[in-house]
Design a protein around this ligand. Sequence first.
Ligand code: ADP
Ligand code: MG
Length: 703
Amino acid sequence: MKHTPSLDDPIQFIKGVGPRKAILLEKLRLTSIEDCLYFLPFRFEDRTQFKKISQAVPGEYVTLTGEVLNAGTMFMGRRKRVFEVIVQDETGVVRAKWFRFNETYMKEKFKTGQKIILSGKPTLNKRSGLEIIHPDTEQVSGENVSSLEIGKIVPVYHVTDGLHLKSMRTIIKNVLDKYLSLIEEFLPDDLVQRYNFPPRSEALAQSHFPPQGSSLKELDAFQTPAQQRLVFEELFLIQLALACRKNHVGKELTGTSFKTRGELIKKFVKLLPFTLTGAQKRVLGEIMEDLEKEKPMNRLIQGDVGSGKTIVALTALLTAVDNGAQSALMVPTEILAEQHYLNILPFCEKLGIELRLVTSALKGKERKIHFEDIKTGKTHIIVGTHSLIQKDIQFKKLGLAVIDEQHRFGVMQREAIGKKGDHPHLLIMTATPIPRSLALTLYGDMDVSLLDEFPPGRQKIATDLFYENRREKAYSIMEEQLQQGRQAFVVCPLIEESEVMDLKAAVTVFDFIQKCFPDFTACLIHGKLKKEERQSIMSRFLKKEIQVLVSTTVIEVGIDVPNATVMIIEHAERFGLAQLHQLRGRVGRGNHASHCLLMAYHPVSEEGQARMKAMQNSGDGFVIAEEDLKIRGPGDFMGTRQSGMPLLKIANLLRDIRVLETARKEAFHLIDQDPGITDPKHQSLNKALQRFLGNYMELMEVI
Ligand code: ADP
Ligand code: MG
């Protein structure tokens, strides 16, 4: 039977790709024809113009032609070998160098007198002059000049050991030649016309091999019409999925409508030792409006560290209880769960509400009783970790779930807690503000409330960087604060992937602190302590019986002790920006001026320095988040997989935020008009979306 070509064909269908190459390609996650089509060059090289060797400028990419003067292996030290090819033209010489090479192959390739073309970034070697490390080279022999490499703007792909850039280009070219006719348009006509997009197949072809006259600058910035179209379509499909999902939650699911601002809430507000901020009132208003509807709430609160999210959450939790339902608060760590529990407990006691804590520390008989009470409805509010979504927990009637610090959870957990009830209302809170582009993708199906105001009296947290030789200065700031009756955190970093080692490091710091501050009580808290011990330390710290809390990073999120005004972060250079900002947010919660003292150790990487600078320059979580995204790049930002972030093949959330906004607008508009994407004119779009979603199980689950 004759095989009908399809984009799902394995890559081995391509001429020149045998089993060996297929394995190498798989390392790049390229297994099918379609994978290759979307494997776009990450930059381009202009080989339209050849330069003379004398015109080459160190640091600037060039393409040169010349003749091999001499070639061979050089030894540098005992083990280091370099293959060096000296190339000359009528204006001078340049040395090409390889540090990893196959000698036989190289000797064969670079014979004296051979005419070659080489491309790369020259550097100036003090001893031997102009050189290019690992250039791309090409032999020139009569007509045997590959048209993919010379006289053009040439694509540069990520490759892997053993797979040369040159064969990558050939493979992609062959893929395009053979399969391009299978590429179908799926964007609606009116979109293509309005945005003046090139046809899909043309866009793909040109994004790999740019046509004559393309601008290198535009190409490298991903700004050509061909590239922009591909970015658009990828983001459009994601936004379309999110729009479907939102629409599905909005129109088809029914939950329970609550009566808001009831007696319980009135009593609760009277118990508060402060008045709500304007932002808290506004966000609560938005939440109440959601809760009154039958359609389940699906709302995200974005509020910087210390903006007062807990009270907002508690009001929502109590509203559910006031309506005869249960509610749950899920957080990422045990210690944070315990903290929330302790914070909320006094209110619940005064209001006659049954509150329970569920973490993995809960064992045996106690666990059984807790679970029973949750099942029978005796327990009203449950605070816990992801233990809350384990199989054997059953709620009598879960009416509302709040997830705090959601960036630690994936979309899956969001779904899982929702399944613990009959379409409960869902509220998600993020403390590390995430850049807008990520929010639109990760939470694109949610309504968003911004808690953009701090409780009154907050002061800027003075943030300073210290190295070991100025430790004394840092300690004197801490001492001054302690003497005024304030308290301090000292955070020790993750040294290794081993809790034992972390603990050892923390113990060392703790001993040192005790020596340096004999007049004050210090205590060490870490993840290995029993729950009771941790709780007792935390409550003693709250009661000011302990002045200095030395800890491993377990206290990273959520801890609330307004009298603490000093945060020392040991090995601050090892922490990520979001984490540093979170940690800093543990101080500056009361009316007192606070300090964040970053202790760094040489050598600090360039990125580390950028992080330290960002911390010193800004206290605004959103600015820090944007900075973080810039330093790290979007791929790394959220720890992609675990966060449920779709893996983008083409778009880049940092670079393409404008296209993202447009794609989002168009996708939501389309779903407005054609909710099920059933209009015949959207048939190929529907097909494309289904195909696309095949790769994104998390999103697909609900559509
Ligand atoms: P986060 O948003 O980081 O979770 P919290 O909810 O822990 O912040 O609140 C930070 C601190 O601010 C807590 O000590 C809390 O009691 C206090 N707080 C919250 N709202 C107000 C308010 N309206 N006025 C004064 N203090 C407030
Ligand atoms: Mg919080």
